[in-house]
Design a protein around this ligand. Structure first.
Ligand SMILES: NC(=O)c1ccc[n+]([C@@H]2O[C@H](COP(=O)([O-])OP(=O)(O)OC[C@H]3O[C@@H](n4cnc5c(N)ncnc54)[C@H](OP(=O)(O)O)[C@@H]3O)[C@@H](O)[C@H]2O)c1
Length: 301
């Protein structure tokens, strides 16, 4: 039986890949909620998806009428939005409420990270917004599934703010020894498409990871592939990171969020458990070495 999936965020980095993988699934009708459709760049991305069969609904999370138009006849909502509390909390809750009014069965909120439910309230604003939205969404009584894949592996590839592949330098807080869960953007999107449509799942976390890597393991792998020796620089202890976080919290909220991510990478507080990597026989998650080799092969070919 065909399921209709409403995807919000298809013009984004992750959402574009989710749209691609949803369109690959059999018996699936894909509807996209997109704002400012007339924007040329967006319209090119979107037109590609429309040519492959996606239905386009113009709308905005801040516009309830557009949400009601978009959620009618929908089985599952997938949100891949990004933003501040107006988007992540108010916007997503309005989307879920509209879904509830229109009989939508399931929602996948835009979680896509480490286990944000284990974050200390007040420490990591981006996790706190998601946890707050997720609590309100759960109270609506729809099925709600939280896709958690750790960090994007792509963050550790060429172009990463954490690893300078040109200069051969990797920077981290602490001793750089703790591994964290990482998954490619594309594997995250592929799994999300399966999770959205899998009628056997019940509400709760759905965690998986393509690999576990520490900063030293990233450096070891980069050295193996590039032949370059990487300098490994610690920026300070956990106590110094916490002091930097406290300072940024009052003056630079975006910097505070980046530091909070690094704090949880350092202390493992939001590590994923109960990984379901093998849930779908046709999905094999890529490991870090294979990912990095692919990136270097692409760059140098
Ligand atoms: N774990 C990790 O390492 C990691 C890293 C990066 C991202 N993420 C997560 O992945 C998810 C997606 O992030 P992303 O980087 O792919 O985001 P992104 O590229 O910034 O895309 C965000 C999408 O949300 C849409 N959007 C924002 N506000 C909207 C509104 N009011 N109404 C309708 N659409 C709206 C944007 O539409 P417009 O094109 O119109 O702006 C865009 O399509 C987020 O949950 C983020 O936290 C995780």
């Amino acid at each position: 039986m065909t399921q209709t999936v409403l995807l919000v965020g298809a013009t984004g980095m992750l959402g574009g890949r989710i749209a691609h993988h949803l369109l690959e699934q059999p018996e699936t009708h894909v509807r996209l909620l997109v704002r400012n459709v007339s924007n040329k760049e967006k319209s090119e991305t979107i037109q590609g998806l429309v040519k492959r069969g996606a239905e386009l609904v113009e709308g905005d999370l801040t516009d309830t009428t557009s949400l009601d138009r978009a959620t009618q006849g929908v089985d599952v909502i997938v949100s891949a939005v990004q933003g501040g509390p107006d988007v992540v909390v108010e916007g997503q809750v309005a989307l879920a409420e509209s879904g509830r009014r229109n009989g939508v069965r399931r929602i996948l909120p835009s979680d896509f990270g480490l286990d944000l439910f284990k974050a200390t309230p007040g420490e990591h604003a981006a996790f706190n917004w998601r946890a707050s939205a997720d609590e309100k969404i759960a109270a609506l009584g729809m099925e709600h599934i939280h896709v958690l894949q750790g960090g994007f592996m792509d963050m550790f590839g060429p172009g990463s703010p954490l690893v300078d592949y040109e200069k051969g330098v990797i920077s981290f807080w602490g001793d750089g020894e703790r591994p964290i869960e990482v998954t490619t953007v594309d594997d995250t999107a592929r799994m999300t498409a399966h999770v959205a449509l899998d009628r056997s799942l019940t509400s709760g976390k759905f965690a998986f990871a393509g690999d576990h890597v520490s900063f030293h393991q990233v450096a070891d792998t980069a050295e193996k592939i590039t032949g370059i020796r990487f300098e490994r620089r610690s920026k300070g202890t956990e106590a110094e990171l916490r002091a930097a976080l406290d300072h940024a919290a009052g003056s630079n909220p975006m910097e505070a969020i980046m530091l909070a991510y690094q704090l949880y990478m350092l202390n493992g507080q939001t590590a994923l458990t109960s990984l379901r990597n093998n849930q779908y026989p046709d999905v094999t998650l890529q490991g870090f070495e294979s990912f990095l080799r692919g990136r270097f092969f692409q760059r140098n070919s």
